[in-house]
Design a protein around this ligand. Structure first.
Ligand SMILES: *Cc1c(COP(=O)(O)O)cnc(C)c1O
Length: 385
């Protein structure tokens, strides 16, 4: 047996083998299992506002494709710096209330490229324990001294700052809405700390962009802390229904990152069709706040139905964790729900702390109120078994 098959069978025995589930997506956002054709309600999608299927997003994507072709043909610093990237960057800068913005290939590439550009071997990074893997990988590439503070625990962060701030560059990295628990970062208190200890503050708004703030800019806007955030990061792959990512910051910071962020420098620019979709989506979140209000209403419907039956700690957002405790039980429940036509994911250790395995539901505008209620009822039944 080669080392790969022995590794795979070990993972399988431990119930930890991940595998792919091919699905076919209908034009109304429903998904069907490719193998059996079984219809599933998708409670796992980040396409919160259903913008991936919005007619204007699709039309603008077509237009860009027709005008500029399938691929950029080069990195931005070579001959690939199409004017259309600058249009989108200006829009993003305005949306986020910053001087400038810079596009990256994906959120993963943003975090893994920006963090090492900001902190090096002689610097220090303070990172929330529940931060996304792309942030963690960025920290490792940076080779800076890494201090991870307990999730959302600013007392712990301050203790670490007092002890380890040092005299070099110090960077604090957080998410504004955490992808596993759907909870908010206390941005105002954090901004005060950052100021007191003279650190750079980077906030990942992957799950907040499009959904919070008067203009849909994110939680930074909603909390009124724009000026205290040095680097606001966000993605187009979630609520904006497209692909790619960005940071918004000062013009100096952007000019610096154009020169220093390796994932920006050494990678082909995003395809025009993707930029068309993102550009239309940014316009829509600013002009159609009704959609995010509708989404929050749907999330409340789901949570209130569960709360009436005694469930709690369901979080403040459209990402809803339902604590199950035991890993095996979470897996069994997820597969039972799958049989009933509900696609939700079981999140287990080591992704979350031991004993806190959970089912994670995300609410999108693809889901009708009837289907949300149906899911809540099925979930309550499964919990009682
Ligand atoms: C999804 C996600 C990313 C990665 O973004 P992609 O564009 O999918 O690569 C980064 N950070 C957080 C918090 C995310 O949830």
């Amino acid at each position: 047996m080669d080392i790969f098959s022995s590794w795979l069978s070990k993972q399988k025995q431990a119930g930890q083998l991940r595998s792919l589930t091919p699905v076919i997506r209908a034009t109304d956002g429903r998904i069907n299992l490719a193998e059996t054709g079984k219809a599933l309600l998708d409670f796992s999608s980040n396409d919160y506002l259903a913008l991936s299927l919005h007619p204007e997003v699709i039309a603008e994507s077509h237009r860009y494709l027709d005008q500029a072709g399938c691929g950029a043909g080069a990195a931005r610093l070579m001959s690939g710096d199409l004017k259309l990237y600058h249009n989108l960057e200006e829009k993003i800068a305005r949306l986020k209330g910053k001087e400038a913005a810079l596009l990256f290939g994906s959120g993963y590439m943003t975090n893994s490229g920006v963090i090492p550009a900001l902190a090096g071997r002689h610097d220090v990074i303070f990172s929330d324990r529940l931060n996304h893997a792309s942030i963690y990988d960025g920290c490792r590439l940076a080779r800076a001294k890494l201090h991870r503070f307990h999730h959302n625990d600013l007392n712990h962060l301050e203790k670490l700052l007092r002890r380890h701030r040092g005299t070099g560059q110090a960077l604090i990295v957080v998410e504004s809405i955490y992808s596993m628990d759907g909870d908010f970062c206390p941005l105002r208190e954090l901004a005060a700390l950052k100021k007191r200890y003279d650190c750079l503050l980077m906030v990942d708004e992957a799950h907040a962009t499009g959904l919070y703030g008067a203009n849909g800019s994110g939680l930074i806007e909603e909390e009124g802390v724009t000026d205290l955030i040095d680097i606001a990061m966000g993605t187009f792959g979630k609520a904006l229904g497209s692909y790619g990512a960005y940071i918004a910051a000062s013009q100096n910071m952007v000019d610096y990152l154009i020169n220093r962020a390796r994932s920006f420098i050494y990678s082909t620019a995003l395809p025009p069709a993707v930029i068309g979709a993102s550009t239309a989506a940014v316009d829509i979140i600013q002009t159609e706040p009704k959609q995010r209000h509708e989404l929050h209403k749907k999330a409340r419907l789901f949570k209130n139905t569960l709360k009436k039956e005694g469930l709690d700690n369901l979080g403040p957002s459209q990402i809803i964790p339902v604590l199950v405790g035991d890993s095996d039980r979470a897996m069994t429940m997820a597969s039972k729900l799958r049989k009933e036509g509900i696609f939700a994911t079981a999140i287990r250790p080591p992704t979350v702390p031991p004993g806190t395995a959970r089912l994670r539901f995300s609410i999108t505008l693809h889901l009708s109120n009837d289907n949300i209620l149906r899911c809540a009822r099925l979930l309550l039944q499964t919990l009682k078994l």
